[in-house]
Design a protein around this ligand. Structure first.
Ligand code: HPA
Length: 276
């Protein structure tokens, strides 16, 4: 379990340094290859993770490692540009320190983005998938240890981790823009190795539509705090157990970069929607 005082100290430092947030700010975590989502931020202000007390250091080069605050389509947003993964050798608590910090800053709605491997044969490289639910296959939880009751209950309900309201809004927005938005279940694995064909088949049998190495720790911690979550996966490669293609980080980054414009348009319209 996270030490609440560490998060509070980090949040206090950010809040004292950052220009104040307006009402109903939206938090966002930018996944692999999706950092350009921060372009277009007006009144942008940023702080390196290294300057936030107690914040872990990102060891993944494809992740920037800074917190940004600004306005996007009339909304105050706080972006986590770069996230922490269990495969970096950190604890689950450290992996979700960023979203805990957002919660402490008063963010009540959170958009989690990620790059993921497609498991559904209906998906293509570049498909966008709204996450309807997840399977936490990391064997870990950010809630292990003493519970901090001010954040949430000991046994938090997980029947609706990803907000049905935000999911419906995402679909409505995508339809309006003519963007094809898939939906499905995200399996979160510890990584860092990619999946074997047998593991891919097993994940599919379990009901997963996409697989990745992030998001589930953050989603559990954010839901524990009562945040409303929208999860959006960019499918960077499709894994079919009977004809597994090789996947590289370069391919993942290139595919996420290629789909980023569409994802940006979708997120921009969601942020602009008064129903958000
Ligand atoms: N597997 C796990 N994580 C991933 C993948 C994948 O195929 N693609 C992007 N992130």
């Amino acid at each position: 379990m996270q030490n609440p005082s560490d998060v509070k100290r980090a949040a206090l430092h950010v809040a004292q340094t950052m220009p104040p947030l307006g009402p109903a700010p939206v938090g966002m975590v930018l996944g692999t290859g999706l950092g350009a989502l921060a372009d277009g931020l007006t009144d942008a202000w940023s702080m390196q993770y290294a300057d936030i007390p107690g914040f872990p250091r990102s060891t993944v080069e494809s992740h920037a490692g800074r917190l940004m605050r600004g306005r996007l389509h009339g909304r105050d947003v706080v972006l986590l540009c770069g996230r922490f993964h269990l495969y970096e050798g950190i604890t689950p608590a450290q992996a979700c320190m960023g979203v805990r910090l957002l919660g402490e800053l008063g963010v009540a709605r959170l958009i989690l983005t990620n790059a993921a491997g497609g498991l559904s044969p209906l998906f293509r490289t570049g498909s966008l998938m709204a996450i309807t639910d997840h399977i936490n296959m990391t064997g870990q939880s950010p809630l292990t240890g003493a519970n901090h009751d001010a954040w949430g209950p000991r046994f938090p309900d997980m029947s609706r981790v990803y907000s049905p309201r935000l999911l419906a809004l995402a679909h409505k927005t995508a339809l309006g823009l003519g963007i094809r938005l898939e939906q499905g279940i995200y399996a979160g694995l510890p990584g860092p190795q990619l999946e074997t064909p047998a593991e891919t088949r097993a994940l599919r049998i379990l009901g997963a539509d996409a697989v990745g190495m992030s998001t589930v720790m953050e989603a559990v911690a954010a839901r524990h705090m009562g945040l409303e979550i929208l999860g959006l996966s960019c499918i960077t490669n499709v894994n079919l157990p009977d004809c597994m293609a090789e996947t590289s980080l370069e391919q993942v980054i290139a595919a996420a970069g290629a789909a980023e414009k569409t994802l940006r348009a979708l997120i921009a319209a969601i942020l602009a929607d008064p129903d958000l």
